[in-house]
Design a protein around this ligand. Sequence first.
Ligand code: ZN
Length: 463
Amino acid sequence: MPSSFRSVMFATVIALSNLGLAEAQEDAPRQVLFTNVNIFDGVNADLIENGSVLIEGNLIKTVSANPIEAPDAEVIDGEGRTLTPGFIENHAHLMLMGPSLSAMEANSTWEDFGIHATLMAKMYLLQGFTTVRDAGGANGGLRRAIDAGQIVGPRYYPSGAFLSTRGGHADFGNFTAPPGSETNFGRLNMAQEVSGVDDIYLYGRNNFRMGATQLKFMQSGGVVSAFDPWQLLAGSKEEIEAAVQVAGEYGSYVMAHSYRKEAIMNALDAGVMSIEHGFSFDCEIAEKMNEIGAYITTNLTAFDPGLLDIPAVKNQPSSLAKAISASATFANYVPNMKECPVKRGFQTDCVGTVEACNIQIAYEKHLNNEFFGPYQSMVTLTSIGGEIAALSGDFTNPYTEGKLGVIEEGAYADILLIDGNPLEDFSVVGTGDKWFGAEPRPESPETIRIIMKDGVMYKNTLN
Ligand SMILES: [Zn+2]
């Protein structure tokens, strides 16, 4: 979206809110002072002990190990709790409620998708996520509603329609539908079949026109999906480069769903900046990623042995065979990542009900800690997520007033106040050690006492 248009919209929002909130708007920016908090700044393993953080308006004004003088501020005594940046989800699908892709293609209307996404947005914020990047299926409408304060949700980075080749991972059409058939997902610009660079130009630009902040290209297949072997090597060099070119026109980038090593290397060669899943990850890939400054996001639930028992896999011989061969190939994923570290973002990749995704998010948090320990997991959930969001560039990124995912002067006031110290006991961030058969989870983890986004308090159980 051109920035001039956005500023017109922004002015309109301010003007409308002035009608009801004239007094509040005219006063000096509201200040909130957190005292007596141990600060995890999103980057450093050492907490700032017994520190203070001053918020002014929607930004962090001061961070200090000493008391801060702010006579007009509302004071919140943290009583030794941990203050952290709000969490960042780098790969969600807020529109996709399931139960399966074919069911959504056949039966779901825009109302179903919109209502589900509204509930998902609220759930994510109350789980402590102040920013969510959507990895396919959502356009700019949900973000408009959240940012205008019409509904409750995180900052939101949609990718528009998945860009997928015929038979690729986001070809959600019916089995018998001939090429070029209209689909439900296509009509709603949630998934588009692309064939050749002209289609990439058309649908890639259309995504940005409809509010996407980056593009999502499907290079590899999947396990449960219908037509695609996980080893699929979709997208020619020219097609992937065309996606990168279109994103570049908007100052933004491409995220690619990539499994096979060749797919990952092709993506990186073309200038893709965010590798999704990347299950064939190895040290050669790491070297290339670090050379160009690319990121990976990891859905660690993919390694849960329970996956082989879910009906969609177990009862479908082709899916079961795919799952078994994939697990064998991906066995070194985590060890390789430990040996050759890269910048790794958090991803849950849930498609399902709000309740099911709530459980999956908590389990994904748990697995991060199991595989990478609490410090790396906290960095993944905060500052790295912020760096990935910022890849959308100066004029397409909707949130450019401050940094995301860090506690530092000038950063956005996206803040959690947590009972205990997540660097010592990671469970306080709201983990769940079970996925299949887990109990329903609370609307918000009890240990997360304050959730602030953009300087506004969405949860406060201190009083
Ligand atoms: Zn996904």
